[in-house]
Design a protein. Structure first.
Length: 146
């Protein structure tokens, strides 16, 4: 079994719910692997909030990039312009990440895709407990082309 050495690695999310041709992504790098890891398996992770909004004619995730640690969770909030969802790119996530993501996205639109949220302030939570370190690219399915 392959184990991830850099458990305390940082993740950077680069996201936009459209309006940008570059792929939204989240990077988890292992540069912090030199720092002693403070027992991440037992630690309660931090929660990072990301708003899904429509500003003018631009759909975006706010913030558009984010660093998270293994064990943290990211909560996406449907603020405006919905329905929105969160869809990870199959070719832009680390090996093994799909096995961590898919079980969390019940009733999703498909593999690596969450369900659509339509209610104001509805949320989609993704936990990165046990997540492989690496880059996580994602978008919003209804607005990925916009
Ligand atoms: Cu959207």
């Amino acid at each position: 079994m392959k184990t991830t050495a850099a458990v305390a690695g940082l993740a950077v999310m680069l996201m936009a719910c459209g309006g940008d041709k570059s792929k939204d992504s989240m990077a988890m790098d292992s540069t912090s692997a030199m720092t002693p890891a403070p027992a991440p398996a037992m630690a309660m992770g931090a929660t990072h909030n990301v708003n899904m909004v429509l500003e003018g004619t631009t759909y975006k995730f706010v913030p558009s990039e984010l660093s998270v640690k293994v064990g943290d969770q990211v909560v996406f909030h449907n603020i405006s312009g919905g329905p929105h969802n969160v869809q990870f790119y199959a070719d832009s996530i680390p090996a093994g990440a799909q096995a961590m993501i898919d079980p969390q996205l019940k009733d999703g639109l498909g593999p690596l895709s969450s369900m659509l949220v339509t209610e104001p302030n509805a949320t989609i939570a993704v936990s990165f407990a046990g997540a492989p370190v690496g880059v996580y690219g994602f978008t919003c399915t209804p607005h990925m082309a916009m």
